[in-house]
Design a protein around this ligand. Sequence first.
Ligand SMILES: Nc1ncnc2c1ncn2[C@@H]1O[C@H](COP(=O)(O)OP(=O)(O)O)[C@@H](O)[C@H]1O
Ligand SMILES: [Mg+2]
Length: 394
Amino acid sequence: MADEKVVGILVGRENTFPHAFIDRVNSKKMGVRAEFCKLGGTRMDDPMPYSVIVDRISHEIPYYRAYLKKAVLDGCVVINNPFWWSADDKFFECCLAARQGVAVPKTVVLPQKSYVEGVVAESLRNLDYPLDWKSLTDYVGFPAFMKPFVGGGWKNVYKVHSIDELIWSFDQTGELGMILQEGIDFEKYARCICLGQSNIKVIRYEPGNPFHMRYVVDDDYFGEELLARIERDARTLVSSLGYDMDTCEFAVRDGIPYAIDWLNPAPDMDYYSVTPTYFEWVVENMANLVIERALNGYTPGAQYRWDRFLDAAPPPAGLPVRDWTEFAHGELIGAHEEQRATQKSAKAPTAPNPSVQKESKVQSGQGGVPETRDMPSDGGPSLPHPVPDGETTP
Ligand SMILES: Nc1ncnc2c1ncn2[C@@H]1O[C@H](COP(=O)(O)OP(=O)(O)O)[C@@H](O)[C@H]1O
Ligand SMILES: [Mg+2]
């Protein structure tokens, strides 16, 4: 068919969903054909064959993520938006959700346990440490959960009951960015499969069951009122982040659903875990979603500031130009001169102290957070410090 639209799917090891999805789209004969994407060494001007790409794996294959960003530039609808997915994290999500009236556990974002090679104590001069574990745990209480702020599959998720357990767990986390979170002692748990930002299937979920028995078909489980609240909250979460394919988890305590995890932009859609009932729902609704997007297109609109970078229009003519380099130099020179004047007028000359100029190394303790930060006394208030060799600037 000449004007047939093509939907591509990028997958990892999963076996049940992709074939069922492709077959379902194709069987609908709506002028939209689905297939597995084939990629390998993409040139800048390669044509974009896909109207829609369903991305189930780019979080693990960075080349795919780079390809998908270019695909967006070429007008392809990518599910999920690779720009936002790259930017998202669980701490930001909790802060946003709280402002939107969705209940979330009290959450703290932690400095990392360790750093890439080349980061020494001097690199961390903005960091206030040792951490005040007592005050942080007073805030979240015990038991608490510590987990990566970007992650999935229950990897590196720790449930801790004391500061000792917390520090031991923290010491296992290496360079991972972690959040510490109030544990919700729940009476019910829900997992919602959320498609197209508005289509929500709330499912009873038993996190304590063996993997293949966690989703439970029990549509009356939550009752009308709680179900409506979970649906509404899930819609708020996914629509504000623009996820077209996601799952949201809620732990219900005293009748209130607390959002636990909704950073699942490649959610489990396997026949053997979501149950045949919900598998059918997912396949049918995903097929309808991509057909709709392929036929009508979709832009996330002005939701993301970096959409502006995709707009090649030049800035409006006549904008005043400011020379930021000169401006910055002016400020620094001022601070430098001020400091020299102070030093001259001081009675005792400020000789460098070799004992504090020794090479500063990150030291372990208190959960591995560096304890010492001997600073050479070289710094005026606003003079930039040279970046130590090998430091990776974020
Ligand atoms: N704050 C919390 N309160 C209660 N249970 C939690 C909390 N955080 C995580 N859990 C439990 O740990 C599991 C894994 O945590 P989650 O945030 O979903 O990580 P992942 O992204 O790896 O799936 C959840 O499904 C839930 O059972
Ligand atoms: Mg989860």
